[in-house]
Ligand binder design. Structure first.
Ligand SMILES: Cc1cc2nc3c(=O)[nH]c(=O)nc-3n(C[C@H](O)[C@H](O)[C@H](O)COP(=O)(O)OP(=O)(O)OC[C@H]3O[C@@H](n4cnc5c(N)ncnc54)[C@H](O)[C@@H]3O)c2cc1C
Length: 313
């Protein structure tokens, strides 16, 4: 039987030549996910520009190799059997530009910039609008795809346009044409966000800084930040916060292997040290069934679980 494309030496060489940033083969994803779990990706690659990314996507599409964009991997669980295909990290797309118009400014950033850096930039420039992102550990690209939010605001409230790359090249899409919902942005098939423009407003630097500090303090008091996690595991249903339902189902502190439902916040699963992805996934499934039994509510996952179960790859 012919070898799978990803295992062919010639394919791996072509892939390496196509990307000027790092190309890591058989890369353990527990080194990259905030949860610290995950098997090997066939390849994890770091393109350096949108143009390179566009060529890479059409190459992978024509070779029939599955791929998935990743940012900071803070909302991602890769199963222990790993990911068959190419994980495309946007980390090296790091452009930044600020355009003032009166008391408004448009901040244009690459998808690989961490949201924390955007918040820091907004503070330095005395701009309000991004404070809600303080403490969200994702990147601009992942933040947009997830429509990340906190404290009553979401990415959709600040974005004016995004840049993306898909099989047919690079394009810019205005806010009006984008469909954001709770923790999701609809994207065309195989589209990868390469950057965004945010609309921000002039404000007192001290006030913006104080709000950021306040948000970070609130998060520290509510979230189990001493452990590795992927943030909230489930979306909040309309009826009640997911954490409350999980608490009421008596699940706080429940452990499977090294994974534990945080006793501080029911919607966080934490890695107590040596969790595997399957421990985490088993705990996710246990929470889903227990909460349904107790409350009749079907929780919807916010974290993305990708890859293969061990032994099935
Ligand atoms: C301690 C902690 C606290 C958190 N708090 C919050 C919070 O308050 N609010 C909140 O919303 N989230 C929160 N999160 C979750 C997470 O940080 C966000 O979902 C974040 O937006 C994910 O960004 P990322 O770059 O890590 O994306 P990843 O985890 O790398 O990817 C997430 C998803 O986005 C897709 N994706 C990534 N980059 C791109 C791209 N460039 N183009 C297209 N698709 C892409 C991936 O394929 C995947 O489906 C928290 C996580 C942790 C660990």
């Amino acid at each position: 039987m012919a070898k799978p494309v990803m295992e062919r030496k010639t394919f791996r060489e072509e892939l390496r030549n196509m990307v000027s940033g790092r190309v890591l083969f058989d890369e353990p994803m527990n080194r990259h996910t905030s949860m610290g779990v995950g098997g090997k990706a066939d390849a994890l690659v770091f393109p350096e520009s949108s143009e390179e990314l566009a060529k890479l996507i059409s190459f992978l599409r024509s070779a029939g190799v599955p791929f998935l964009p990743v940012g900071n991997c803070t909302n991602l669980i890769v199963r222990d059997g790993g990911f068959r295909g190419v994980l495309v990290s946007l980390r090296n797309l790091r452009g930044k530009a600020l355009r003032w118009g009166g008391d408004e400014a448009v901040l244009k950033v690459g998808a690989g910039i961490p949201l924390s850096e955007v918040v820091g930039l907004a503070v330095d420039e005395a701009l309000t609008g991004m404070e809600f992102c303080a403490g969200i550990p994702g990147s601009v690209g992942g933040g947009l795809k997830m429509n990340a939010g906190a404290f009553g605001r979401e990415m959709k409230d600040v974005v004016v346009a995004i840049a993306l790359v898909n099989g047919s090249g690079i394009k810019s899409i205005a806010r009006e044409e984008l469909t954001f919902t709770y923790r999701n942005l609809d994207l065309p098939r195989d589209a990868v966000v390469t950057g965004a423009e945010f609309s921000l407003h002039r404000a007192s630097r001290e006030l913006v800084r104080a709000r950021v500090a306040e948000i970070l303090a609130i998060r520290k008091s509510r979230h189990p930040l001493q452990y590795r996690s992927a943030g909230s595991v489930f979306k909040n249903p309309a009826s009640a916060p997911a954490g409350k339902l999980i608490d009421e189902a008596g699940l706080k502190g429940t452990r499977i292997g090294g994974a534990m439902v945080s006793d501080e916040h029911g919607n966080f699963i934490v890695n107590t040290g040596a969790a595997t992805a399957e421990d985490v996934v088993a705990l996710v499934e246990l929470i889903e069934s227990r909460v349904f039994e107790k409350t009749g509510v079907r929780l919807e996952r916010e974290v993305k679980i990708i890859g293969e179960e061990e032994g099935r790859s």
